[in-house]
Each structure stands twice: as C-alpha cells, then as structure tokens.
Write a protein of this length. Structure first.
Ligand code: CMP
Length: 139
C-alpha cells in the first residue's frame, strides 16, 4: 500500500558545496512535509549496506567511496504520491539528462555527485527510512 512517504539523502557534494539550504527550500516549496531529518556521515560499511542492491553494478565501489566521503542529510518526506512527485522534483539520475528546474539540473555535477537520492518505490522508501530513523525520530 502506498504510504505517501519517500526517503531522501542530500549527498556529500550538496553538503560540501553549500547547497543544503537551497535544496531544502525547493523540497519545502514543492509541498513536502519533513517527517524525520538528520545530518550525519556514513561509514564505508554503512554506505555499502545502504546501496547493497547495487552490489553487482560496476559503479558500486565508486558509489560507496563517494557516499562515505563527507556528511549527508537523510530525511523522510511526506506528500501525496511522494515517490513519483519527488522523483519528478529531483530529475534524472544523470544531471546532464535532468529536466530544467529540477534539483539535479540546478545543483548536481555528475552521475555520482548527483546532489540527492530519492527512493524508487514504497518498499525501498520504508527500508531506507528504517536504515536511518527509529519510530521515536519520526514526527
Ligand atoms: P541514487 O539515486 O542515489 O541511487 C544509486 C546511485 O548510483 C545513483 O543515485 C547514482 O549516484 C549512482 N550511479 C548510478 N549510475 C551510475 C554510474 N553509471 N556511475 C556512477 N554512479 C552511478
């Protein structure tokens, strides 16, 4: 059943470049409510576990190294049809292919340093949210 919730991470490039505020403003202006949020840093082990579904992909090692290279913001967001609405807001994985006005078009530099992660299904949104947040951290 759809939960109207999605999970996002603002990635190390977004934090390092000072884009956290701008990206959160776009998320807020698009009508998403913040259910949970934290500023933290993934160890290589934690990043490897989070992205385990991509383990067989050629870019997995690069992805894990990159995602553990600096702090990130993790958040659970709520809005009607949150998964597709958020994927529309962030744009294509490769910023070169992202539509104008999307978060990745505005803030991302490359397919790995692509500013933001968004869950691709309700099931993954729940798994990913549970990775970072207990029930006591959701409001
Ligand atoms: P994300 O939405 O976080 O989910 C998996 C990530 O893998 C994706 O964003 C990209 O940052 C990364 N990724 C996907 N394809 C490639 C690729 N060809 N090379 C490097 N990283 C990739």
């Amino acid at each position: 059943m759809a939960t109207n919730r999605t999970f996002t991470m603002l990635k190390p490039d977004a934090a390092a470049n000072g884009y956290i505020g701008g990206i959160l403003k776009m998320i807020n202006d698009a009508g998403f409510r913040i259910v949970a949020m934290k500023y933290t840093k993934l160890s290589a082990e934690a990043a490897g576990k989070f992205y385990e579904v991509h383990k067989e992909r050629p870019f997995y090692g690069e992805l894990v190294t990159y995602m553990s290279s600096g702090p990130i913001v993790a958040a659970i967001l709520e809005k009607e049809n949150a998964i597709p609405a958020f994927r529309t807001l962030i744009g294509a994985t490769d910023p070169a292919k992202a539509d104008a006005g999307t978060i990745r078009k505005i803030y991302a530099k490359s397919i790995s340093a692509n500013a933001v992660h968004g869950s691709d299904s309700d099931e993954n949104a729940q798994i990913e949210g549970n990775f970072f947040f207990s029930e006591l951290e959701r409001f």
